[in-house]
Design a protein around this ligand. Structure first.
Ligand code: UDP
Length: 380
C-alpha cells in the first residue's frame, strides 16, 4: 500500500514526502509522535492574534537560492532581518559583537583604538570566531577577545550547553562570530524572510496530497519495527524504504548508550502592553537563568494591544520527559553517533535525515537542502 514510510513530520520528513508524492507519484506514510505536523518549526495564532513559535524562535535565512525558491512554492514571504541585542552590564548592545558594539560598550577613545587594531589585522566585512580571536598575541586584541569571551560567550554557553566554549565543537560558537563591520544584523545571508502566515501553513501545503497519509499521535514503534536489519509495518515485512528523522539512538533502543541532547523549558508570557523590548530577541548571557527573550510581534506583526514573550531555560534532555532540541557537539558524542551510524548502514532500506537522525546542528535551510539532496540521490 505504501512505497515509503517517513518517521517524523518536521522539515526533513515533510520535504521528502512532498517530493515523493509530487515528483515520482509514489505513496507515503508519515508517522508522527506529536499531535501536529511541522516538528519544532510548528507555530500557531494565539487568542491575541499573535503568531507564536511553540518550540522557540525560528528565523529563516539562507544563501542557497534553490532552497529559497523551493520554499517559495509554499509561502509568501515577509522580508525581515533578524536583530539581536545582548544585555551586558545593564545595557542592551548589538550582537553579533561588531565595530558598532565597541562604541556601545567602551568610551570613544578606547573604541577607536580597538577598531583601528581590528581593521589593521582583519579585512572589513570579515568574520572571526571568538575562539580564534582569543589566540591573538597583541595586547589590545587580547583585551577585546577576553572581553567578548567573558561577557558574551562564557556564561551563555554554560547555560545553553552546560559546557565552556572551548569544550564544545568550535563550529557552535562560530555560528555567532565577531563581525569586522558595522552590520548589526544577526545573519548576513542573502535571503532572510519569514513565512507571511507562519511555518505551519508551509507544512500543511506541502503535505496536502492524496499520495501522503499522516498518522499523528503515533510512536513509530507501535506500527513500524526494525528487526534483523528489516523493517516491519503493521506486522508485515515492509519492502519499501524507511526515511527516519528521529533520534538514531532511540531507533536502535539505546544499544550503545544515550546520545546527549539539550532541551529547553520554554516559558510563554502574555504582557499587557503593546511592546516589551526593542527587537525580536534579547540575549541574557550573564543575568538570570534563561538565555534569551523573544517577542513574537517583531517577527510577525499583529494588531494587538498585548504582546507575547518567550523565555528559554536550557536543560539536559531526558527520555520521555522533555524534547530534544540540540545535539551536543563534542568529540566524544560524535564518536558515539558514528557507532549508531555504522549500525544503521547495515539496514539497506533505511535513510537517515535531519538534526536528530544525523546528530547535526542543522539550521532550517541545511535540513531542506539535505532533504532535497537525499530525495535526488537516494529516493528518486
Ligand atoms: N552564543 C553565546 N552568546 C550569545 C549568542 C550565542 O555564547 O549571545 C553561543 C552559544 O554557545 C550558542 C551558540 O553561540 O549556543 C550559537 O548561538 P545561536 O544564536 O546560533 O543559537 P540557536 O539560535 O541555534 O539556539
Amino acid at each position: 500500500m505504501f512505497d515509503y514510510v517517513i518517521i517524523g513530520a518536521g522539515f526533513a520528513g515533510s520535504v521528502i514526502a512532498e517530493r515523493i508524492a509530487t515528483q515520482v507519484n509514489k505513496k507515503v506514510l508519515i508517522i508522527e509522535k506529536r499531535n501536529h505536523i511541522g516538528g519544532n518549526c510548528y507555530d500557531y495564532k494565539d487568542e491575541n492574534n499573535i503568531i507564536i513559535h511553540k518550540y522557540g524562535p525560528h528565523l529563516f535565512h539562507t544563501n542557497n537560492k534553490e532552497v529559497f525558491d523551493y520554499l517559495s512554492n509554499f509561502t509568501d514571504w515577509r522580508f525581515y532581518q533578524h536583530r539581536v541585542l545582548a544585555f551586558i552590564d545593564g545595557k542592551n548592545v548589538s550582537i553579533p559583537f561588531n565595530l558598532n558594539t565597541l562604541y556601545e560598550v567602551f568610551p570613544k577613545t578606547i573604541a577607536e583604538k580597538l577598531e583601528n587594531k581590528l581593521l589593521g589585522k582583519y579585512k572589513y566585512n570579515s568574520k572571526i570566531s571568538i575562539l580564534s580571536l582569543l589566540k591573538e598575541k597583541d595586547d589590545d586584541l587580547k583585551f577585546i577577545a577576553n572581553y567578548v569571551y567573558e561577557k558574551v560567550f562564557k556564561n551563555y554557553t554554560a547555560k545553553q550547553w552546560g559546557l565552556k566554549p572551548e569544550e564544545i565543537d568550535a563550529q557552535v560558537t562560530a555560528r555567532v562570530p565577531f563581525y569586522i563591520s558595522r552590520d548589526n544584523r544577526y545573519f548576513t545571508d542573502k535571503y532572510q524572510a519569514i513565512p507571511k502566515k507562519g511555518y505551519t501553513k508551509i507544512f500543511e501545503k506541502m503535505l496536502n496530497h492524496p499520495n501522503i497519509k499522516i498518522m499523528l499521535n503515533t510512536d513509530f514503534k507501535e506500527v513500524c519495527q526494525l528487526k534483523d536489519d528489516e523493517f516491519y509495518l503493521f506486522g508485515q515485512k515492509f519492502e519499501g524504504k524507511v526515511i527516519f528523522t528521529g533520534m538514531i539512538d532511540e531507533l536502535f533502543n539505546y544499544k550503545f548508550g544515550e546520545l546527549p541532547y539539550r532541551s529547553l523549558d520554554l516559558k510563554l508570557e502574555t504582557v499587557d502592553k503593546e511592546w516589551f523590548q526593542k527587537v525580536a530577541t534579547v540575549n541574557y548571557p550573564n543575568d538570570y537563568d534563561f538565555t534569551r527573550i523573544t517577542e513574537f510581534k517583531h517577527i510577525h506583526p499583529a494588531n494587538s494591544k498585548r504582546t507575547v514573550i518567550l523565555k528559554e531555560f536550557p536543560k539536559p534532555y531526558e527520555i520521555g520527559k522533555n524534547i530534544p532540541y540540540y545535539p551536543v557537539f563534542t568529540k566524544e558524542n560524535r564518536e558515539l553517533y558514528n557507532k549508531y551510524k555504522k549500525m544503521a548502514e547495515k539496514t539497506k532500506s533505511l535513510i537517515l535525515v535531519g538534526r536528530l537522525a544525523e546528530y547535526r546542528y542543522y539550521d532550517m535551510d541545511d535540513v531542506i537542502k539535505m532533504a532535497l539532496k537525499v530525495f535526488e540521490e537516494k529516493v528518486k
